[in-house]
Design a protein around this ligand. Structure first.
Ligand code: DX5
Ligand code: ZN
Length: 220
């Protein structure tokens, strides 16, 4: 049986009740906290930064999966390591020297992730796949929660799974954006290992139950 990792995205939490929402994730069947950092330059939105992540880290009892949607992410690798990040993901489109960025993330003791925008072909990772712990495949254009899932993602997941297998890599595939009970199972069947869910979880009246349902749906 395959255990799919469920990662609620804190972007959709109630920031005035952040500790309550963090405790909810702690007490749920979710595996990771997905934290979206946006700079208003790489993406047309600004989310939250270091002080907020520091407060989240003080209460979170699960893996911190930080998704940087910022230009020139190398400048902040050490800062995010010091904040307690377990997995640090940079965007392919924001890195001039991706291989160097991956090495720098690992040198700080974190797992290294690469995020791909919907238009970025997975074949561009063929030469670095063995250095990547996680590919965060964007299934919406990055910048906002609550957008509709892009159907072309299934094809990309299958293509990436082939590249991972052909290279004997241990890379996990994470899907980020528009994940709901309508696409979760099909994504896992296509080869996804991690599902990020923001508005679907935090917009529900019973998020604990929604996480439980996602877990059930994706244990195949
Ligand atoms: C989008 C972010 C996502 C977002 C997902 O730029 O990277 O992590 O929070 O939110 P939903 O699940 O609402 O699409
Ligand atoms: Zn994200």
């Amino acid at each position: 049986m395959k255990h799919t990792i469920i990662a609620p995205s804190i972007l959709a939490a109630d920031f005035a009740n952040l500790q309550r929402d963090i405790e909810m994730v702690n007490n749920s069947e979710a595996d990771w906290f997905h934290l979206d950092v946006m700079d208003g330059v790489f993406v047309p939105n600004i989310s939250f930064g270091m002080p907020v992540i520091k407060s989240i880290a003080a209460h979170a009892k699960k893996t911190l999966d930080v998704h940087l949607m910022i230009i020139d992410p190398d400048r902040y690798i050490k800062t995010f390591a010091d904040l307690g990040t377990n997995i640090l993901t940079v965007h392919y489109e924001a890195c001039t020297h991706l291989h160097r960025s991956l090495q720098a993330i690992k040198a700080e003791g974190m797992q290294a992730g690469v995020a791909l925008n919907p238009h970025t072909n997975v074949s561009l990772l063929e030469d670095t796949i063995n250095d990547i712990d996680l590919v965060c495949m964007m299934s919406v254009n990055p910048g906002f929660g609550g957008q509709s899932f892009i159907e072309n993602t299934y094809k990309k997941v299958k293509q990436l799974r082939k590249i991972i297998e052909a290279n004997g890599a241990a890379t996990k595939i994470e899907i980020d954006g528009g994940v709901t009970n309508k696409n979760a199972k099909q994504l896992v069947e296509a080869g996804a290992d991690v599902l990020v869910a923001g508005s679907y979880v935090f917009g529900a009246s019973n998020p604990i139950q929604i996480i439980k349902d996602l877990r059930k749906l994706t244990t195949i």
